[in-house]
Design a protein around this ligand. Structure first.
Ligand code: FKS
Ligand code: ZN
Length: 343
């Protein structure tokens, strides 16, 4: 399987995040991508290519222009305040506060974000746009007729909504790739999110649409981040009613429960008649993940890949989460190798 990778991911390296009430070093580190790339090479998964640049147009097919312009200018405006450290919001635009978009960078930082775990740094814009190019280069390969591709995307994307960043995500790589597949003639595209955390951003982007089916298996938002989206009763709206499926599972759920949810999701994808599949591939479902609470073992990721291959669809894998850095490479490559073995 082809891997698309850009060294520009290294430019996103936040210093700290506020997590569980304390400031800790960021869990979403460059070493994650280094370990995945090393495993891709060590396991001889296939060629590794650099992305083609696609510019801002595909991003603007999914994200709000004001939000994109904010991300493009935030660091420079933040630095002009004499700050040389990560940009993080100090509050949010919560219920009954004014909806208007602030002019000032500090206000916009609050308006265009959903948490304080997603630092904007000097290299964020370059890293995030390169990550989109990685995903889009993978989509180009599917459009060109290839069966599958692995977009080694970092920073991740599935928490990024039309007009806000969060959960270490700035641009929604998987959603932008799905939109590109639609724009290049695939009529029905499914996005399956297997990351531990609900892909609130991807749901937000496609919630009113029937041409992109979104499905997510994740930790129950009653107790797990992102708390405010990802419930089973969120089924889409308007045109999109019936084209959104959430499978929230209680923290600590066993592996067989997880695979039962996967089989239900795969059944919906087959019924939808998808012409292509984008997988938001987070491996923080791993039993040893430091911030998540499912129990998949490293061998289970082979089974996941095999189940996905059974759909016999052109498939683009976009890396999302996974914070057990030692095993992340084997966990990710197991999915891809498991997929290839059944293709
Ligand atoms: N007590 C745990 C608090 C969790 N705080 C933030 C979690 C962010 C998860 C990010 C991710 O893994 O979903 C992504 F794929 F986007 F990277
Ligand atoms: Zn996650």
């Amino acid at each position: 399987m082809l891997t698309i990778y850009s060294d520009s991911h290294r430019l996103q390296h936040g210093r700290s995040e506020l997590i569980d009430g304390t400031l800790k070093p960021c869990f979403e580190t460059p070493s994650r991508a280094d370990m995945v790339l090393a495993a891709v090479r060590q396991r001889d998964l296939g060629d590794v290519v650099h992305p083609r640049r696609h510019g801002l147009e595909p991003i603007l097919r999914v994200h709000d222009e004001g939000y994109v312009r904010f991300l493009e200018t935030a660091w420079q405006r933040w630095s002009e305040m004499g700050r040389d450290y990560d940009a993080l919001p100090k509050m949010w635009q919560i219920r009954r506060l004014r909806e208007a978009v602030p002019e000032h960078v500090e206000g916009q930082l609050c308006y265009y974000s959903m948490d304080c775990g997603t630092p904007i740094t000097a290299g964020t814009w370059q890293a995030a746009t390169a990550s989109v190019d990685v995903a889009l280069t993978g989509a180009d390969r599917l459009i060109g007729g290839e069966r599958a591709a692995f977009a080694l995307t970092r920073p991740p994307g599935h928490h990024a909504a039309r007009d806000y960043c969060g959960g270490y995500c700035f641009f929604n790589n998987a959603a932008i790739a799905a939109q590109a597949l639609r724009d290049h003639g695939m009529h029905r595209v499914a996005v399956l999110d297997v990351d531990y955390h609900h892909g609130n951003g991807t749901q937000d982007i496609f919630y009113h649409r029937s041409d992109v089916l979104f499905l997510s298996i994740h930790g129950d938002p009653r107790t797990e981040y992102p708390f405010f989206l990802g419930f089973a009763d969120e089924k889409g709206d308007g045109e999109g009613l019936g084209y959104n499926f959430n499978f929230p599972l209680a923290a600590g759920s066993c592996v067989s429960t997880w695979f039962f949810a996967l089989d239900c999701a795969l059944e919906q994808i087959a019924r939808f008649g998808a012409e292509a599949l984008v997988v938001s591939l987070g491996v923080d479902t791993f039993e040893g993940d430091p911030i998540s609470r499912f129990q998949l073992g490293t061998p289970d990721f082979v089974t996941l890949g095999a189940r996905l291959a059974a759909l016999k669809l052109p498939t683009l894998f976009c890396l999302e989460g996974g914070y057990a850095v030692g095993p992340i490479g084997d966990n990710v490559v197991n999915v891809l190798a498991g997929f290839e073995a059944r293709s």
